[in-house]
Design a protein around this ligand. Sequence first.
Ligand SMILES: NC(=O)c1ccc[n+]([C@@H]2O[C@H](COP(=O)([O-])OP(=O)(O)OC[C@H]3O[C@@H](n4cnc5c(N)ncnc54)[C@H](O)[C@@H]3O)[C@@H](O)[C@H]2O)c1
Length: 369
Amino acid sequence: MDDIVSVNLGTRSYEVCIGTGLLARAEAQIAPLLRRPRVAVVTDETVGPLHLDALRAGLGQIEMVSLTLPAGESTKSWPHFTRTVEWLLEQKVERKDIVIAFGGGVIGDLVGFAASVLRRGVRFVQIPTTLLAQVDSSVGGKTGINSVVGKNLIGAFHQPTRVLADIDLLGTLAPRDFLAGYGEVAKYGLLGSASFFDWLERNGPALAQGDTALRQEAVRRSVQMKADIVERDETEEGDRALLNLGHTFGHALESATGYSDRLLHGEGVSIGCALAFELSQRLGLCAQEAPSRVRAHLRAMGMKTDLSDIAGDLPDADGLIALMAQDKKVLDGKLRFILARGIGEAFVTSEVPADTLKTLLQDALASRA
Ligand SMILES: NC(=O)c1ccc[n+]([C@@H]2O[C@H](COP(=O)([O-])OP(=O)(O)OC[C@H]3O[C@@H](n4cnc5c(N)ncnc54)[C@H](O)[C@@H]3O)[C@@H](O)[C@H]2O)c1
């Protein structure tokens, strides 16, 4: 049975439908949103060959045109953004039409941003195909691309009109990509729900091995938590920043590794969560056991947790801090961190002494030696 999570944002409200076999039922899901039976789909070179025919079949009487972009983080850039917008115009996509983002977070972010500027804004539907995109990036309306200066620095808030999270699509994900998405799932437990983190400790391994019901439950709980936070703070004036647990460190590490295969986004988040709990403990905010428990679960899942898990050179502590300073969360020149008083008890603060941060990073870098 499908789960429905509502994201209540007044005129921008929408539903996230989570279930199995959704692609085959795409026509019933999407036809009610359309003024004419035509959609423009953007996907990537991995997802297209695997699942585009199934989407076309599922759309039934709805005509589908499609654009396939290269896979990977470097696609979230001006050249592919320009190409996508121009292609949508060539396809004569009108103000009342729907664009479909069919892929992981890269395609979702890029296509959502393209939809936000096309003819000053057209509607779009997210069909997220990675665990990360199903639990996080497809919900909440943050869209955008990367700049050479930093990640996600160019973008817009543009809520989707519907999200269809088909759990079956996760079956073709490479194990490394599945686990990267699990970094964001664990993040929800760590930031706001100790009981969800308990549940993940018990069910994470079976879920990773392919249990569909457990996967659906993990996606439902994650999306519900994200929806609750986005409803309270759509444009990140306050609480929404909690969703960035692990990201201040993670984004700096992604930047240091050139947004490459050396470190996937969710892997950076996983290491970042471990560092955020370590920092919280060093500042006397949480118990000694908390960072060990975080690291133990992520390790048991086979995830990256330490800087020593990243191959190749990294900048020194000052270099990493300089990269953190490019983060969007910097306010009045001060770095903001998401720290925790315990598992499920995260909060936002700018009060991190520079020497504690530097020592933490020096120690983490020393463990690579
Ligand atoms: N907008 C937001 O709120 C938000 C939140 C979190 C992350 N993000 C962004 O999301 C991006 C990361 O997303 P991602 O991890 O989904 O990366 P991704 O889109 O690059 O997908 C990862 C890889 O999996 C492949 N893939 C996708 N679906 C597949 C499937 N069903 N089967 C086989 N392979 C498949 C892709 O081709 C790609 O190679 C980052 O750019 C990050 O900044 C955005």
